[in-house]
Ligand binder design. Structure first.
Ligand code: SAH
Ligand code: SF4
Length: 356
């Protein structure tokens, strides 16, 4: 929506409170009002200035002439039988991204996207097949969280956030950093996980944050040769350098690094592989999350998921080697809603539905 003088209105979504106060003080004249607007946005997830009933009416109209509060548009929602929900969000340039909510007993995990597409191009990933796309802005990252919570109407105390949707978050550190600061107003850093394919400068950036979220690293192979085959980024950031960096990573007390390992039949599930993986990560406070491959006949028809027995054997062998292991038995497969199976659409013409 253009402003009266035709400049686009500044979107207030996705900005941490201190930025909002600086940005707004000029318009609202009293810092007290600026702090109130910031609280409405970061703590109460306001969607309009009219809601801010403790502000003078005239001030609310004035704000509406200079700023906007805009979230990504819901294009589609799909609910799976196991309770997980997937959203397709439309962005203002016609691109779209997906995000998934996965209820798990008392907690709810939100899997957010950080980019539309991904330049890393892992062989087994549908997002990678979309190509580079672009970085999401802080309003687009935080907006996913705001819309999902609104749509689900759940209490925020139960929420974990994982950046395991579309894109490589550590190739978008500038916007991710602002989004994290904003999310921290409602979600503690220890309930937010950033998952990376092993971008070393990004891992160093994360290590330097004063309030770092948790780190997950997609390992996917126990040696450089197979990792390179699956993840071309391993040419640029080889496995030995990655492991050396992770050994230096400053972990807060009680924290561990999660290693994700997508299990692919006859590629990285050989009998000696659990032991090789255990040797590779020995000494790092860690847990391994095994993710049976979500198959995709269009994008990688030759890659298959191992059968359940081999998956269980792999997990047991890791446990025998002293590693804490979880298996992510896919959630939401009936709506393609599993994390790591997110497609979005590039300039598609999806069926629109009214945002509720
Ligand atoms: N780019 C980041 C985060 C997004 S991908 C990263 O790679 O870590 C999130 C997770 O989904 C990664 O662990 C990735 O290995 C996994 N993944 C991608 N495609 C998958 C597929 N087809 N089946 C199962 N997991 C997949
Ligand atoms: Fe990008 Fe992660 Fe997919 Fe690899 S697995 S292509 S890094 S989104």
């Amino acid at each position: 929506m253009p402003a009266v003088d035709d400049r686009p209105l500044v979107n207030l979504v996705g900005r941490p409170a201190h930025d909002l106060v600086v940005l707004l003080t000029d318009s609202v004249r009293r810092p007290f009002y600026a702090r109130q607007v910031a609280r409405w946005l970061t703590e109460r997830h306001a969607t309009s200035f009219e809601e801010m009933t403790d502000l003078p009416k005239q001030l609310r109209s004035e704000l509406g002439r200079r700023f906007r509060i805009s979230d990504p548009e819901i294009l589609e929602t799909a609910r799976s039988r196991d309770g997980s929900v997937k959203w397709l969000f439309g962005l203002d340039d016609g691109l779209s991204v997906e995000a998934v909510a996965m209820p798990d007993g008392a907690k709810l995990t939100l899997c957010l996207s950080s980019q539309a597409g991904c330049a890393v191009g892992c062989l087994f990933c549908v997002t990678g097949a979309l190509g580079a796309g672009r970085n999401l802005r802080p309003d687009e990252i935080v907006g996913q969280y705001r819309v999902m919570l609104r749509d689900l109407a759940v209490s925020v105390d139960r929420v974990n956030i994982v950046f395991m949707g579309m894109g490589e978050p550590l190739l978008n550190t500038t916007h991710l950093g602002v989004a994290l600061e904003t999310l921290f107003h409602r979600v503690s850093p220890k309930r937010i996980t950033v998952s990376t394919s092993g971008i070393l400068p990004g891992i160093r950036w994360l290590a330097g944050l004063s309030r770092p979220p948790k780190l997950a690293v997609s390992l996917n192979a126990p040696d450089q040769e197979r990792r390179r085959f699956l993840m071309p980024i391993a040419d640029r950031y080889p496995l030995d350098e990655l492991m050396a960096e992770l050994r230096r990573f400053p972990l807060e007390r009680g924290r561990r690094i999660t290693f994700e390992y997508v299990l692919i039949r006859d590629v990285n599930d050989a009998p000696g592989d659990p032991q090789a993986l255990a040797r590779l990560i020995r000494g790092i406070p860690t847990k391994v999350n095994l993710i049976p491959l979500n198959e995709d006949a269009d994008h990688f028809p030759d890659l298959r998921r191992p059968d359940d027995d081999s998956i269980n054997r792999f997990a047991m062998a890791l446990r025998d080697a002293g590693i804490t292991v979880t298996v992510r038995w896919s959630k939401g497969l009936d709506v393609d809603a599993a994390c790591g199976q997110l497609k979005g659409r590039h300039q598609g013409s999806p069926t629109r539905r009214q945002a509720s």
